[in-house]
Design a protein around this ligand. Structure first.
Ligand SMILES: [Ca+2]
Ligand SMILES: [Ca+2]
Ligand SMILES: [Ca+2]
Length: 620
C-alpha cells in the first residue's frame, strides 16, 4: 500500500479517529483487495482483507520480546542477557523497524502470542507468550492495546500483514492438583501412578498422567479425583484464568502430564510439557469461548491470520468447528482470506496433513520437510557420512496430494492446503540451522534458495538473516538488537534473502506455478550427480507462459551435473529457449535443445534459478 504519506501524517493523537485512505486509486492497489483504513492510535480499526494470495507472502516469525525494545517504560522484570527471562522487546519495537523487515523482503509478520500470561514459573519467564492466563487481557510486557493497534496499522499501511499466534490446546499453569487435600500447592507429595499404585514425590503443579484423572491420595489412601484449585494471587500475577468458563475445573481434562506422546489419549487429553493445563476442547462452551476470545482480538486489532500452537494435542474434530466458526464470524465483518495454519510438531507427514481435511485448517507448518529435507539433506551436508540424497525431497513432495487437502477450505484462503504449506528451515522450538549444520553458511543460503522457490508459503525465523546460530531453547531465541551490528542490512545472508524475496515477487512462476521434479538423486559424496535437485515451476495458477527451473546442488564437496549414466534432464521449457540464471547472471546461459533437454552443472552448495531469456525481468 503506497497511499501512505498523507495517512501517516493524519495518525497523530490529535487526528480524527479514522482517516480513510481509500481514494480513487483503489483499483491500482496491489496486492491488497480493499482500501486501508488507518485508525488513530487507540481506535478500533475497521476490519478489512489485506491479502490476495497467501503464496505471494513471505512470513517472518518473530518473538516479540526478542525483536526490538521500542519502549523502555514496559521493561519490568527484564534481565538483559538471561535468555530464559524477559529482555524488553515490544510491539513498539516492531513498529519502529518495519523498514528493516521490508528491506529483507518480508510481507507478513507472525508475532508471538499477545495475551496475558502466567508471568513466571520455575524461574523461567513467559517472554515467549505461550503460558496464557487471561485471554481477554494483553501482556503488559509488550505494550498496550493502543501500541498493538498502532503497530498493525502501520504494517497494513505499508502493505504488510500481521498473523496472531494463538493456543487452543491449553492454558498456562493456572491451577494445581491438590493431591493431599491440604488446600496448598506442594512441590512433592505422595500420590499414585498410572496403575493406581502408591508412589512418592509427585508435584502438585505437574503430576504425571493417570488414565482416570489425577487422584487425591491421603493417609487413608486414594480418595477420588484430586481437587483442581486455581491460583489467584495478584501479587505474583497469578490470577484466575479468563474468560468465564476457563476459571472452572470442568473446562480442563485433569489427567496430569503426557508421559507417552505416542498414545493418542495422552497426547490429546494430557497436560502439555511444563504443567500447561489441557483444556476440555471437546466441550461446546469451551470451543465457543476460544472462538470468541481470539476473534475478539482480530476485531480489536485487524489481524490477518492465526498461527495455531500444538494442534496435534487437540481432538481432530475440533478444527473444522473452530476454523468454520471463526471464518464465518470474520467474513460477516468484512475479513476474508483469513489464514489459519497450525503447528503439529511431528515428522509424520500423514498426521500433519490430517489437520487440513475438509473444513479444517488452511495450512500447517511443513514439519516433515523440516526433518527429512532441511535437516537430513541440508543441515547434514557438512558430514559426508550423514548427508542424505535429494531423492528424500522428491519422496516427500510426492505425498502432498495424498496427505494434504486438495481443495480450498470453504470460506478460507482460496488455495488448496497442499499448495499453501508453510515452509520453514528452523524455528523457535528446534536448534537453528547454523547450530545443527556446524556453521555451514553456504548450506544455509542454499536451503534459503529452496525455501523461497518451492511451492507454498516461505516462513523465515527472525535472526536467520543475521546468521544467528543458537542451539536448543532458549539459546535459539537470541536478542536481535543485542548484537555487535544490530539490524544490519548489508550482510551476505541478509542480502541473499532480500534478493530471493525480490525474485519470488518478480517471477510469478515461483509463487503460483505448478511444481514438477525433474531430477533428484540418491547419491552422495563423490558420486556422479550427488546433491542435484531440479524442479520446474510453470502453469497452474501462474498461467501457461511463465517458467522457472530451479537446480540446486546440496553437496558440500563438489560440483555436480544434471546427468548420470548417460541420462540428461528433460524440461518443459520452450524448445530451443535459452535459460538464464537470475540468481547469479554470471553463471552464463543454458540452451534447451529441440527435445527439451538441458544440462546444468552447479558448484558445491549453490543453486540456479533459470528462466527463459525473454522472461527476464530487468532490475531485480
Ligand atoms: Ca520494552
Ligand atoms: Ca496440596
Ligand atoms: Ca488437549
Amino acid at each position: 500500500m503506497k497511499l501512505t504519506r498523507a495517512s501517516r501524517a493524519l495518525r497523530s493523537p490529535s487526528a480524527i479517529a479514522v482517516a480513510v485512505a481509500c481514494l480513487a486509486t483503489v483499483a491500482a492497489v496491489v496486492p491488497e483487495a480493499g482500501c486501508v483504513q488507518v485508525p488513530a492510535d487507540g481506535q478500533q480499526p475497521a476490519l478489512a482483507t489485506h491479502v490476495q494470495d497467501w503464496r505471494d507472502e513471505v512470513i517472518y516469525q518473530l518473538i516479540v520480546d526478542r525483536f526490538y525494545d521500542g519502549d523502555v517504560n514496559n521493561d519490568f522484570k527484564v534481565e538483559p542477557g538471561a535468555l530464559a527471562k524477559y529482555q524488553g522487546g515490544d510491539w513498539k519495537g516492531i513498529e519502529d523497524h518495519l523498514d528493516y523487515l521490508q528491506a529483507l523482503g518480508v510481507t507478513t509478520l507472525w508475532i508471538s502470542p499477545v495475551v496475558q500470561n502466567v508471568d513466571s514459573d520455575a524461574d523461567i519467564d513467559a517472554y515467549h507468550g505461550y503460558w496464557q492466563q487471561d485471554l481477554t487481557q494483553l501482556n503488559p510486557h509488550f505494550g498496550d492495546l493502543a501500541s498493538l493497534r498502532s503497530m498493525v496499522a502501520h504494517a497494513h499501511d505499508r502493505g504488510l500483514k500481521v498473523v496472531l499466534d494463538i493456543v487452543c490446546n491449553h492454558m498456562g499453569q493456572v491451577f494445581f492438583y491438590d493431591i493431599n487435600k491440604n488446600g496448598r500447592p506442594d512441590d512433592y507429595v505422595n500420590g499414585s501412578n498410572q496403575q493406581g499404585d502408591p508412589i512418592v514425590q509427585i508435584s502438585e503443579y505437574d503430576p504425571p498422567w493417570q488414565p482416570g484423572g489425577v487422584l487425591a491420595f491421603t493417609q487413608e489412601g486414594q480418595s477420588g479425583r484430586a481437587p483442581i484449585l486455581f491460583f489467584d494471587d495478584p501479587s505474583i500475577n497469578r490470577t484466575l484464568p479468563q474468560p468465564g468458563i476457563l476459571a472452572t475445573a470442568g473446562a480442563y481434562h485433569g489427567f496430569g502430564h503426557i508421559e507417552d506422546y505416542s498414545v493418542v489419549a495422552q497426547r490429546t487429553l494430557g497436560d502439555f510439557t511444563g504443567g500447561l493445563k489441557d483444556l476440555a476442547t471437546e466441550l461446546d462452551p469451551v470451543r465457543a469461548t476460544l472462538v470468541d476470545a481470539f476473534a475478539t482480538w482480530v476485531e480489536k486489532v485487524d489481524f490477518d491470520g492465526y498461527r495455531i500452537d500444538t494442534i496435534k494435542h487437540v481432538e481432530s474434530d475440533f478444527w473444522p468447528v473452530f476454523a468454520g466458526n471463526t471464518r464465518a464470524r470474520l467474513a460477516a465483518e468484512g475479513k476474508t482470506s483469513f489464514l489459519m495454519f497450525g503447528e503439529a510438531f511431528d515428522g509424520d507427514d500423514q498426521l500433519i496433513g490430517s489437520y487440513t481435511g475438509p473444513g479444517a485448517l488452511d495450512s500447517v507448518f511443513y514439519f516433515s520437510q523440516h526433518f527429512s529435507v532441511f535437516q537430513n539433506v541440508f543441515e547434514n551436508a557438512y558430514d559426508a557420512t550423514k548427508a542424505q540424497g535429494t531423492d528424500q525431497i522428491q519422496t516427500l513432495w510426492d505425498q502432498k496430494t495424498q496427505n494434504y487437502g486438495t481443495a480450498p477450505q470453504p470460506g478460507g484462503i482460496g488455495v488448496a492446503p497442499y499448495k499453501a504449506l508453510v515452509n520453514f528451515i528452523d524455528n523457535h522450538d528446534v536448534p537453528r540451522f547454523l547450530f545443527a549444520s556446524n556453521g555451514d553458511v553456504a548450506a544455509l543460503r542454499n536451503a534459503l534458495t529452496l525455501l523461497y522457490t518451492e511451492d507454498g508459503i516461505p516462513c523465515l525465523f527472525y535472526g536467520t538473516e543475521q546468521e544467528f546460530s543458537g542451539g536448543n531453547d532458549p539459546g535459539n531465541r537470541e536478542v536481535l538488537w543485542a548484537t555487535p551490528n544490530p539490524l544490519a542490512t548489508d550482510g551476505d545472508t541478509f542480502t541473499h534473502i532480500a534478493r530471493l524475496a525480490r525474485l519470488r515477487q518478480a517471477y510469478v512462476a515461483l509463487r503460483r506455478g505448478d511444481t514438477k521434479v525433474l531430477w533428484s538423486s540418491p547419491h552422495v559424496a563423490q558420486e556422479d550427480d550427488a546433491g542435484i535437485f531440479a524442479f520446474e515451476r510453470t502453469g497452474g495458477d501462474a498461467g501457461a507462459g511463465p517458467y522457472a527451473l530451479v537446480v540446486l546442488n546440496t553437496n558440500d564437496f563438489k560440483s555436480s551435473s544434471t546427468s548420470n549414466a548417460g541420462t540428461t534432464m528433460q524440461a518443459a521449457a520452450p524448445a530451443n529457449a535459452t535459460l538464464v540464471d537470475v540468481l547469479d547472471p554470471a553463471h552464463g546461459t543454458y540452451p534447451v535443445d529441440a527435445a527439451g533437454h538441458v544440462q546444468v552443472t552447479v558448484p558445491a552448495q549453490k543453486a540456479m534459478i533459470l528462466v527463459p531469456q525473454d522472461q527476464v525481468v530487468q532490475g531485480v
